[in-house]
Design a protein around this ligand. Structure first.
Ligand code: DC
Length: 221
């Protein structure tokens, strides 16, 4: 069974995907983390053009028990734990630009399709239902008002002890929405056969419940 969950930044995709994956024993693949890894590699190893694409192509992503890529391994850089490094503000600011590169998308899309091949998975991102897994058994498109998403992201960062301003976070979310929606390569878009869920006024449990009912119905045939 393949489940695709797309939506803008902080719409709740990864939290909800992780819970549903655990509940139904599906592998969870966080494709946003893979784009973040690409941005991290570019920033950290200062590689450009063909050298960057080769490095990305050679990079293996190792998924931890929760299936978030947390190790990258490539001949030039060895094995590196990137779990926290991909969540920094620096990477978050750079990732939209890196994710708009068609060659980066081609490389990562192929890796994502390979990772999902023959497995029961929940994969979340921006183009899963449209590009990566167009034949997914279930597709969801999560949305929420930008102000609600900014508040959620702020709360997360504050809980981690980081100092952030709501206005800055909102500005960043709106900028990432614009970049994700308007890029030429695989823009953020609802697949015609995806079910849209507005999570603005729903709890995580309520969204998980909606998705769980659909997965259970599919499993029962
Ligand atoms: O979900 P996230 O915030 O971790 O995603 C990080 C960035 O990667 C975000 O700017 C959108 C981009 N992304 C993408 O373009 N395609 C995907 N399938 C997943 C994420």
């Amino acid at each position: 069974m393949q489940v695709a969950i797309d939506g803008p930044a902080s719409s709740g995709k990864s939290t909800i995907s992780k819970i549903a994956a655990e509940r139904f024993s599906l592998a969870y693949i966080d494709t946003g983390a893979m784009y973040r890894a690409a941005a991290y590699i570019k920033l950290k190893y200062v590689v450009e053009g063909a050298a960057f694409y080769t490095l990305l192509q050679q990079t293996e992503f190792t998924f931890n028990p929760k299936n978030t890529p947390f190790l990258i391994c490539a001949p030039q850089i060895g094995e590196v734990d990137i779990s926290s490094a991909i969540r920094t503000l620096e990477v978050t600011k750079a990732v939209s630009y890196v994710a708009s590169d068609a060659e980066v998308r081609r490389i990562l899309t192929a890796k994502q399709q390979w990772a999902a091949k023959g497995r029961d998975v929940i994969m979340d991102g921006r183009d899963i239902g449209t590009v990566v897994l167009p034949n997914a058994d279930l597709k969801f498109f999560l949305i929420a008002a930008a102000e609600v998403r900014a508040k959620r992201r702020c709360d997360e960062w504050i809980a981690q002890g980081k100092q952030v301003l709501y206005e800055d976070v909102l500005k960043d979310i709106l900028a990432r929405d614009t970049a994700d929606i308007h890029r030429d390569a695989a823009p953020l878009k609802k697949a015609p056969d995806a079910r849209e869920i507005d999570t603005s006024l729903l709890t995580i449990e309520e969204v998980v419940e909606i998705i769980s009912v659909c997965i259970s119905q599919l499993r029962l045939g």
